[in-house]
Design a protein. Structure first.
Length: 383
């Protein structure tokens, strides 16, 4: 309590003077996690809906106490990904006009709220309220979740624990995970199977988790087997963890400045860039992330109309490669990455072969997966 009331050496206390609570601003310390938004005047209790109890309306929602005496209450809110961070969505009053100081989700599907009335002394009164939703109180999943939590994890077999890694309730998933970790190396196969087969892994975290696991000697072989399995599932499968969670600012830098991939040499964004490839203005609105990923790692799978490659052999023996931009009965205009725009007489052409995309193969190998993720994130901002 004392820190917030200090007035020396700066007024309004160090917490305010250092702006640690400000959303992103120029000059902000790189040592902190940047706040998403300033929300509530008196935040105290915070709880995340674990997945059972309040119904689907509160899935992925937080409850936040706003202690302002009788004028406060409990907010409900959610967040959604915004680049490498998040943004606040759907804030609302969950329950209001109560002096709420803490909130928690109970195993039986209810919500417990603690309120406080009075001054800071031994005679102050506090109350605990239980909040239930009658529509879901009889849900069989709630009852199963309660029994799973009450029974603990130490006596569960590995098969049961592995199944619970995909349980709808966060608390069950977490406790099953912790128990498997406690059991050590024999449980590695359980995590490997979960990565291979379960679909509820957050894409934005998957790359980070796999990179961290690959640095652990006890998990390195399992991560390698996981990647080998992905390589057998198609060309895009090994890169799917790059679809979300990137840094758009870092991706812009790759697009504009990396000479090894030369994005800006061939592509325009608006009026800036080359003409060899399609203009990417608005690509983030026109195409999904999967299309962007495929265009980067498998450019010949789908070639944008008007940008099919062609290789021309001339009478004098020279070769020209690029994309045909204009063509008449007598001549054509070829846009070559090396030579620029060439106007060639068709009578001077002895052979014409459809070529590959002007987009080079191998970008997936030239860029790290983190770089690839950042580049995709940047492209999605082009709207």
């Amino acid at each position: 309590m004392g820190f917030q009331h200090l007035t020396y050496p700066v007024p309004l206390r160090p917490w305010a003077a250092e702006k640690l609570w400000h959303p992103a601003w120029k000059g902000q310390s790189a040592a902190i996690v940047v706040p998403v938004v300033n929300f509530t005047q008196g935040p105290s209790g915070l709880a995340y809906c674990p997945g059972t109890g309040l119904g689907s309306n509160y899935e992925h929602y937080f409850l936040v106490c706003d202690f302002k005496g009788e004028g406060g209450g409990i907010h409900s809110l959610s967040v959604r990904p915004n680049g490498a961070s998040f943004e606040l969505v759907n804030p609302a009053h969950f329950i209001w006009r109560i002096p709420a100081t803490d909130v928690e989700f109970a195993p039986d599907g209810s919500v417990y709220d603690c309120t406080w009335n009075g001054n800071i002394n031994a005679q102050s009164k506090a109350y605990i309220y239980k909040i239930i939703d009658p529509r879901v109180s009889g849900d069989p999943l709630v009852a199963k979740t309660q029994r799973a939590i009450a029974g603990g994890m130490t006596r569960r077999n590995e098969t049961q624990l592995t199944q619970w890694l995909g349980h709808p309730d966060l608390r069950v998933r977490r406790e099953a995970q912790f128990e498997l970790v406690e059991r050590g190396a024999p449980s590695v196969a359980a995590f490997e199977g979960a990565l291979q087969h379960q679909t509820n892994t957050l894409p934005r975290l998957q790359l980070d988790v796999l990179e961290a696991a690959g640095l652990r000697p006890t998990l390195k072989a399992s991560v390698a087997r996981y990647h080998d399995g992905l390589n057998r599932k198609g060309i895009l499968a090994p890169y799917r963890e790059t679809l979300a969670g990137g840094n758009a600012i870092a991706g812009r830098k790759i697009f504009q400045e990396r000479p090894d991939v030369s994005c800006v040499r061939c592509h325009k964004i608006g009026n800036d860039g080359g003409d060899v490839g399609p203009n990417l203005a608005g690509i983030g609105q026109k195409q999904p992330r999967e299309y962007l990923l495929e265009s980067l790692v498998a450019p010949n799978a789908k070639i944008a109309p008007g940008f099919e490659g062609v290789t021309l052999t001339m009478k004098i023996g020279t070769l020209h490669a690029g994309s045909v931009k204009q063509e008449t009965s007598d001549e054509l205009v070829l846009n070559s990455p090396e030579e620029g725009f060439l106007t060639l007489r068709k009578s001077d052409i002895t052979d014409r072969q459809r070529g590959l995309s002007g987009m080079p193969e191998g970008v997936g190998q030239m860029l790290s997966k983190r770089d690839l993720r950042d580049l995709i994130e940047f492209l999605t901002t082009l709207k």
